[in-house]
Every structure is written in C-alpha cells, then in structure tokens.
Write a protein that binds this ligand. Structure first.
Ligand code: HAM
Length: 427
C-alpha cells in the first residue's frame, strides 16, 4: 500500500530536535516570568471574522493565506494565522481589564499560513507570542524589546539586528498614505500586478513586496518618519531613549511596514543574515486600535512574536547537548540477572535516574556497544557469575574506571547507585 506522507509545509519535529524545543520553551517561560508575564492558552480555531477585522481585509494573510472552512454550513472558521487577535479577543471576552488594568500575557503554539513553503517558511509554524495590554507608554515598548533581545541571546543567538520604525497613528498615517499613492501613480506600470492592486487597496503593503522592480521603485518613495504627527514623534523618541538607556542596540528601518494592518506607532523586527531570504526571527509592535476594532473599549497594546522554527535553526549548540543521555545502563546476562536489572532499572527511574537496559537478550559485548551508543555515563554489569557472587561491576564509561557494588538487597543497591555523582546535563 502507498505510504501516507505529511501535508506540504507541515513538518514533524523529531526526537533530537524536540530537546532543543523544550530547552527554548523552558528558557522563555523562565525569562517571561522574571519580567512579570503569565501564560494564556487560546484556541487554534477562531471565527474567520476575528482575523479579517483584526489583521486587515487587504493583507496577504487574510487575502490569500488563511486556512478557512465553513463549519457544516454554519459559520466560517479559520486556523489562526497569528495569536495577537485571539489574545485580544480572549482579553475582551473575559473582561480581563476589570481585574487588572494591565495584562502581560504570553502563549506558545502553532500558527497556520498557506504561504509557499521554502527554507524557514512553513504552513504550520510555531510562535512564541508576548503581549502587554493596557498601556501606551514608550517605556513598555522598550522593555519588551529588551526582553526579546535578552531572551534571544540567552538561547545562544548572536548576529542579530533589531530594526525599529514608527508607523504613525490614524491621525497622521492617512497623509502618508496619500503621499505614497501620489508618488506611485505615475510609476504604476513598473509595479507588479499585485502592487498595482495594492495601490488601490493597501498602498503601504507595497513596501513589503519582494519583486525587484517594486523594491527599486519604492527605494526612492517618501518615508513615514517624515510624516508622523508630533505625538507619534515624541513616542518614538522616547522609545529610542529608553532602548539606549537599557543598552539595547537598534537600527532605524524607515521602510519597515510589517505585514499586519493593526500596527500603530512602534514597529520592530529582529533580523539576521544567517536565515537567508526569510530573515526575520521575530516581529512586533504597538496596536492601540485593535481592541476597539474587535468591538472592545479603547485599550492599547504592544507585543511581538518569535518564529520558533527559525529560532531553533539558529541555535548553535550541538544536538548532543540536549540529548537525554542515560545516567546508567544495566548490562545483564542470563534470566536471573535480567530480572534483577529490570527491577533495579524501574526503581532507579522512580528516583529520577535515567536508566536503560537491553531487551534483546544479546551478548554482554553487544550490550556494552548499546550502552556506548546511548552515551550512558555508567554501565552496571551483571552476569550470571556476578549474581552467584552477589556483586556487580560499575563502569564509568568516560574514564573506564571500575568499582564493585555488592548485591545484597535491591533497595541497598538502589540507594548506593542513587548517590553517585551523575553528570547531570542541566538545561
Ligand atoms: P509576524 O511578523 O507575522 O507577526 O510573525 C512573527 C514571526 O513569526 C516572524 O518574524 C517569523 O519569525 C515567524 N513566521 C511568520 N510566518 C512564518 C512562516 N510561514 N513560517 C515560519 N515562521 C514564520 C505576527 O504574527 C504578530 N502577531 C506579532 C505581534 C505580536 N505583533 C504584536 N504582537
């Protein structure tokens, strides 16, 4: 029968990689806790309307990348392409602002976008998403970027570049929008068909177009920082001032627009040369109008999301570092020795000591090979003669040193082994 394969753009994460994933998650949880964040879990499926209104009808995500279906003829549902709209929906639905005017939330989970798969771009990908809801204060924007950069470097990433921009607000952005339209009107014929359409629907999206002629055209276009109002200018100046105070290096990218429509004022991305075309490890910004757009009160927010797969692909540490090497391997020959080994193994596991045996009833030599393959720290050798003499040999697999363990009572052996200094890999 033909083998069934996974869906294009949906990938498995196998043992050997998953250890890195848990390492990253653990680090994220610890650091976010230090900065005062709580975890929120939100559904993978939402009403389509949430993303149409939240992300914007004329964005690439909503126009062509969402996995949407009609649920038995009842209503349109979508696999979430991002987490921010869902978090704000949950925040409003549970009146979280009544309990506390400021909510600091994070979530980790899969997102879905039907993009063309390529290196670093998948149709199901994971994000680590962080949001602060309830404050429009430039200090918060800077603090968030500090935490992002700190987290990325704490998992071993270097050569990162934090780029920032201001996207203005509903008061000042329309003027910029009009200026861009005027600038591009007489250059329409060199724009790609998508951008020609964007010129009518969402002209700022043209800044994000990857087509060479569009990039060349936009290179001499007006930039938003020359058009933002005094309030936005002051906000941006303060963000920069705090980033400098926190020693966070940043670059101003006045052409960054981000791919989602909800942004106001601060926008930022962390990019790296090492990822190739999909060079953004993380992106985020302020979205002060989103809560209102989703039918709630006028509540500001700012946040970011990190692309988990992209982050993992950049972690420099060897996979070996994350392996669950057994502390102890028990090489046992003969029925009685095997029985003994099996009992000891499970008792040790209950004590938190990673122990393995061989199930194939092979020679001692092949069991030692297996122990080596698993990179066990120690091997306990129990053959028929050892059982008769009530001793076993404990071998340090790294130094080759051997010692004898007296096999009187199982619990005494467990106690003795438990007290060995295992080279515990701390992650
Ligand atoms: P985004 O820029 O669309 O922002 O995505 C954030 C990150 O997710 C990207 O920088 C990238 O690392 C990763 N990513 C996006 N698409 C893919 C893909 N197809 N395959 C692999 N990785 C991908 C957002 O999603 C916003 N919700 C961020 C945010 C939170 N803004 C405010 N709060």
């Amino acid at each position: 029968m033909e083998k069934i394969t996974s869906v294009r753009g949906f990938k498995d994460v196998l043992p050997g990689e998953t250890e890195k994933w848990s390492f990253v998650e653990k680090k994220a949880r610890n650091i976010f806790k230090d900065f005062g964040y709580c975890e929120i879990k939100i559904p993978i499926l939402e009403k389509t309307e949430l993303f149409v209104r939240g992300i914007g009808e004329t964005t690439d995500i909503v126009e062509k990348e969402m996995y949407t279906f009609c649920d038995r003829g009842d209503e349109y549902l979508t696999l979430r392409p991002e987490a921010t709209a869902s978090i704000i929906r949950a925040y409003l639905e549970h009146n979280m602002h009544e309990a506390d005017p400021v909510s600091k939330l994070f979530t980790i989970g899969p997102m879905f976008r039907r993009e063309r798969p390529q290196k670093g771009r998948f149709r199901q990908f994971y994000q680590i998403d962080v949001e602060i809801i309830g404050l429009n204060d430039p200090r918060v924007d800077a603090e968030l970027m500090l935490m992002l950069v700190h987290f990325l470097s704490s998992v071993g990433l270097s050569d990162l570049k934090l780029e920032i921009n201001s996207l203005g607000c509903p008061q000042c952005r329309p003027l910029f929008r009009e200026t861009v339209i005027t600038f591009l009107r007489d250059k329409e014929d060199v724009l790609c068909p998508d951008c020609r359409r964007r010129l009518e629907t969402n002209p700022l999206r043209i800044f994000d177009c990857k087509v060479d002629t569009c990039q060349e055209t936009i290179a001499s276009a007006p930039v938003i920082l020359d058009y933002i109002c005094d309030e936005c200018r002051q906000h941006f100046a303060n963000v920069k001032e705090y980033l400098t105070m926190f020693d966070v290096a940043f670059y101003i990218n006045e052409r960054m627009v981000r791919g989602l429509d909800y942004y106001t004022q601060t926008a930022f991305e962390v990019i790296t040369e090492s990822l190739g075309a999909q060079n953004a490890v993380a992106g985020g910004g302020r979205y002060d109008g989103l809560a209102q757009e989703l039918g709630g009160e006028d509540i500001p927010g700012v946040g970011f999301a990190i692309g988990f797969e992209r982050l993992i692909s950049m972690i420099p540490m060897e996979n070996e570092y994350f392996e669950n090497r057994p502390h102890l391997f028990i090489a046992a020959l003969g029925e009685e020795a095997q029985k003994f080994a099996y009992t000891i193994m499970n008792k040790l596991r209950l004590e938190g000591i990673r122990t393995e045996i061989d199930f194939f009833d092979k020679s001692l030599k092949s069991q030692m090979r297996r122990s080596n393959k698993l990179k066990s720290y120690y091997t306990l050798i129990v053959g028929q003669t050892e059982i008769e003499h009530k001793v076993a040999t404990l071998r340090n697999m790294e130094t080759g040193e051997q010692s004898t363990i007296v096999l009187t009572d199982i619990n005494a052996v467990v106690d003795e082994l438990k007290n060995i200094e295992f080279e515990n890999v701390k992650i």
